[in-house]
Design a protein around this ligand. Structure first.
Ligand code: ADP
Ligand code: MG
Ligand code: MG
Length: 536
C-alpha cells in the first residue's frame, strides 16, 4: 500500500476511534450555543402545536417532555411507565414475560406506590396476553391511552414551561444553515455517478458520517436534477435501521451534499469477492438476506420501490449489520399496489418484467433479493459464471429463458432462490398481498427472529475488524473532475435551494443525544429554576 493511502486510512481509523467527546472541536460549545429565548419568538408563533410530533416523534422533544413530566409530581408515574414500556420493547423474547409482569405489578395495581389510575382496567387483558402471546403487541392499547391523557392538559401546561422554551432553543440550532464548515473531511470512500463519497465528521458533536457529493456541473450536464432531488426526498422519508439514513443535505459552491449514515464495513461485493474464496458462509447469507428483507419491507410500506438491489449497494456498519444504500433509482408509487415502467437498474440484476418493458411493482425487489441470496451463496451472480461479461442481448436472453444452476446449494437456499427468481412476477414469492411476510416466513429464515431483528437485538455473525478499511485504496479510486463549459444560472439556484434543506430533524436530534451533547448542554438553573437564557 502506498504511503498516501496509509496516512488517509490511519487518520480515518483514529477519527472513528475518537468516539465520545474526543472527536468534537475545541469550540463545540460555541457552535451549539442556545440563542436567547427572546430570539425564538417567531418560531414560537409558527411551530405547529401537535402533541405526537413534538413529544413522541422528535427525540429531543420527547426528552424535554419527559423532563417536564418528571418535574410534576402528579405526572412522574406516567413517564416512568412510558419509559418502562420503551424498555419492554427492547427486551429479548426470553425476558418479555418477566419484564411485562413487573410493569403490571409496578404501575397497574392500585396498591402500588407507582400506580397509574387509568391503567387499572387494562390489567387483566395485559396479563392474559403476556401469558399466551408475550411477543405480540401486549401494551399497545395502554400506550395509546397514556398518550391520549398526556396530550390533553399536561401538553398544554408543557407549552408554558421552560422545558418547551428550551425545545424552541434546540429547534433554532437545528434550523441554522449548514455549510461545509460544519464538517471535518477524511478520506475518500468511493466514487459514484455524479461525484465522490467522503468520510466526514461533525465538528460540534464528533459524529462520523459519509458525505455523498454530487458535482453541480455533472448533475447539470447529465440532466440529473430530478434524480438528485428524488434521491434526497426519498431518503428523508425513510427511517429504518436497515436503510442508510440522511442526516443533512447542503450545498457548497461546486457540489450538492448528502450526509449519510457512515458504513465503515465495506459493501457486500467486497466481502463476497475480496476476502478468501468467493461467496459467504450460510450464517452470513441468511443474516444479510434477513436484514435486507426487513429493509425492503420498510421501503415498500412507504410505497417506495428500490429497484437497484445488488451486492455493491448493501453496506456493512462497524458491528456487521447491513443497510440498503444508494436510493438514486428508487421511486415512490402513487398508491398501494401501484405500478411503474422504466428500464432501470443494473442489467445482471434486472427482473424479467423490467427487461420485457412491462409495468411492474414491488416484484422487482423480490427478484433482486433472489439474485442477492444466490450471489452470496454461489460466489457469482445467477446467469453468469465467474469473470464472465456476456453482451447485454445475451444476458437478457438468459434472464428471460434460462434456469439458474444450483450446484452445491443447500436445500433451503436453493428453494428460496428459485421461488424468488420465478420469472413470472405473479407467482414469485413475496409478490402477493402478504407484504414480504411470506418471504420472512420461508423456512430458509427459520433461525431468524424477525421481531428481535427489527429491534436490533440479533447479533451479526461477522464483525468487521475496526482497524481495517474495507474499501479500495484512495489512489485506486479515480479522481473526479468538474466538467468544463457548463454554466450554472438562476434556474439552477432555485433547484439547489430545494435540495439545500439542512439538518434532517430525527437524525440530527438523535446525533445530539447519542454523542452526549444533549446531556452536557441541556442544563437549567440552580434547583431546577429558569436559567437567564430562558427568561423572556
Ligand atoms: P452512486 O449513486 O453514484 O452509485 P453510491 O451511493 O452508490 O453512488 O456511492 C458510491 C460509493 O461510495 C459506494 O459504492 C460506496 O463505496 C461509497 N459509499 C456510499 N455511501 C456510503 C456510506 N453511507 N458509507 C460508506 N461508504 C459509502
Ligand atoms: Mg451506486
Ligand atoms: Mg445511485
Amino acid at each position: 500500500m502506498e504511503i498516501e493511502s496509509m496516512v488517509a486510512n490511519s487518520a480515518l481509523v483514529r477519527a472513528r476511534e475518537g468516539g465520545g467527546s474526543k472527536g468534537r472541536s475545541r469550540g463545540w460549545r460555541d457552535m451549539l450555543r442556545f440563542p436567547h429565548i427572546s430570539d425564538c419568538a417567531k418560531l414560537a408563533m409558527s411551530i405547529e402545536r401537535e402533541y405526537y410530533n413534538l413529544c413522541v416523534k422528535q427525540p429531543i422533544g420527547k426528552k424535554l417532555f419527559e423532563l417536564f413530566c418528571r418535574s410534576r409530581p402528579d405526572l412522574q408515574n406516567y413517564v416512568a411507565l412510558l419509559e418502562a414500556l420503551d424498555d419492554f420493547e427492547t427486551q429479548g423474547d426470553e425476558k418479555r414475560r418477566e419484564s411485562g409482569n413487573s410493569i403490571i405489578e409496578r404501575f397497574f395495581k392500585m396498591q402500588s406506590y407507582q400506580s397509574v389510575a387509568i391503567m387499572q382496567k387494562h390489567e387483566e387483558a395485559c396479563s392474559q396476553s403476556l401469558q399466551f402471546c408475550p411477543c405480540g403487541d401486549v401494551f399497545g392499547d395502554c400506550r395509546r391511552e397514556l398518550h391520549e391523557y398526556l396530550s390533553g392538559e399536561p401538553f398544554i401546561q408543557y407549552q408554558d414551561s421552560m422545558f418547551f422554551d428550551r425545545f424552541l432553543q434546540w429547534k433554532m440550532l437545528e434550523k441554522q444553515p449548514v455549510t461545509k464548515y460544519n464538517f471535518r473531511q477524511y478520506r475518500l470512500l468511493g466514487k459514484g455517478g455524479f461525484g465522490e463519497v467522503w468520510a466526514c465528521q461533525v465538528r460540534s458533536t464528533g459524529k462520523m458520517y459519509a458525505c455523498k457529493k454530487l458535482e453541480k456541473t455533472h448533475v447539470k450536464q447529465r440532466k440529473g436534477e430530478e434524480m438528485a432531488l428524488n434521491e434526497k426526498q426519498i431518503l428523508e422519508d425513510v427511517d429504518s435501521r436497515f436503510v442508510v439514513n440522511l442526516a443533512y443535505a447542503y450545498e457548497t459552491k461546486h457540489a450538492l451534499c448528502l450526509v449519510l449514515t457512515m458504513m465503515s464495513g465495506g459493501d457486500l461485493r467486497f466481502h463476497i469477492y475480496n476476502i478468501g474464496k468467493p461467496g459467504l458462509d450460510n450464517a452470513r447469507v441468511c443474516f444479510y438476506a434477513a436484514e435486507v428483507c426487513c429493509g425492503l419491507i420498510h421501503l415498500h410500506q412507504r410505497l417506495i420501490l428500490y429497484r437497484d438491489l445488488k451486492p455493491e449497494n448493501i453496506l456493512l456498519d462497524d458491528y456487521g449489520h447491513i443497510r440498503i444504500s444508494d436510493l438514486g433509482l428508487a421511486v415512490k408509487l402513487q398508491e398501494e399496489g401501484g405500478l411503474v415502467r422504466g428500464r432501470v437498474g443494473t442489467l445482471g440484476y434486472m427482473a424479467p418484467e423490467v427487461i420485457r418493458r412491462e409495468h411492474y411493482g414491488i416484484s422487482v425487489d423480490w427478484w433482486g433479493l433472489g439474485c442477492l441470496i444466490y450471489e452470496m451463496a454461489a460466489g457469482h451472480p445467477p446467469f453468469r459464471t465467474k469473470g464472465e461479461h456476456p453482451p447485454s442481448s445475451d444476458m437478457e436472453k438468459r434472464i428471460l429463458t434460462e434456469e439458474e444452476d444450483y450446484n452445491n446449494f443447500s436445500k433451503l437456499t436453493k428453494e428460496i432462490c428459485s421461488l424468488l427468481l420465478d420469472k413470472d412476477p405473479k407467482k414469485r414469492l413475496g409478490c402477493h398481498n402478504s407484504n414480504g411476510k411470506a418471504v420472512q416466513a420461508h423456512p430458509f429464515f427459520h433461525s431468524i427472529n424477525f421481531r428481535m431483528m427489527e429491534a436490533g437485538l440479533v447479533e451479526p455473525p461477522f464483525k468487521p475488524d475496526p482497524r481495517q478499511v474495507y474499501c479500495n485504496d484512495v489512489l485506486d479510486i479515480d479522481e473526479f473532475s468538474s466538467v468544463k463549459g457548463v454554466v450554472l444560472n438562476e434556474t439552477d439556484n432555485s433547484f439547489y435551494s430545494m435540495f439545500n434543506t439542512g439538518r434532517v430533524t430525527t437524525a440530527w436530534q438523535n446525533e445530539i443525544i447519542e454523542m452526549g451533547c444533549f446531556k452536557e448542554l441541556n442544563t437549567f438553573g440552580p434547583g431546577g429554576s429558569r436559567p437567564p437564557d430562558l427568561v423572556w
